[in-house]
Design a protein. Structure first.
Length: 189
């Protein structure tokens, strides 16, 4: 089982686009994509499996990008994430490769890669969950004018932690980023 976690500094920074880009670029891993949210979605159960690909929702976009399965997990802020995941695990089967879109799951699951999407730093303070997830991040991703990797540019407590990937389009993984991911144990496609 391979796991990737994608988090982000704020709402609407491109987390879903990046998840879709990862699904498409590493398609041989046959992903189950999971969005975790605390926002209730009217009429949907706490664990909802998307069945239709398209642009209508983030989970439908995962399927359109090539995910085998897609789920929305709604976990109220007062509920324990581990407890909710314990209900989820039996639904996906042993050995499923997972991509989570959530800051909250960073450090809770043992991921091969934790990627954080950095929005415009001039936009103000990021989500508190982003700063917690940063301690588990293996790389930062930002939208830029071109595709490039800056090795060992991400720092945590003053020490090099991983690269920063600038992507022209977050839903199109650069060759450098794909190569970096494929070197991580469990992510060879």
């Amino acid at each position: 089982m391979a796991i990737i976690v994608v988090g982000g500094s704020a709402k609407d920074v491109g987390k879903t686009m990046l998840v879709c880009g990862l699904i498409a670029a590493l398609d041989s891993l046959r992903w189950t994509a999971v969005k975790i949210t605390s926002d209730a979605h009217k009429g949907l159960p706490p664990i909802y499996e998307e069945k239709h690909a398209g642009p209508e929702s983030d989970t439908a976009r995962y399927l359109a990008a090539g995910a085998d399965r897609a789920f929305l997990l709604t976990i109220p802020q007062n509920r324990d994430l581990t407890e909710a995941l314990d209900e989820f695990w039996p639904l996906i089967g042993r050995g499923a490769n997972l991509i989570f879109e959530s800051n909250l799951v960073a450090g809770v699951v043992n991921a091969e890669a934790c990627l954080l999407v950095q929005g415009d730093p001039r936009a103000g303070a990021g989500k508190p969950s982003y700063y917690r997830a940063a301690q588990f991040a293996d790389a930062l991703v930002a939208q830029g004018d071109d595709d490039r990797m800056v090795a060992d540019a991400m720092k945590w407590e003053g020490k090099p932690r991983g690269p920063i990937f600038n992507l022209k389009q977050l839903d199109r993984i650069s060759a450098e980023m794909k190569g970096w991911l494929e070197k991580r144990p469990g992510l060879r496609s």
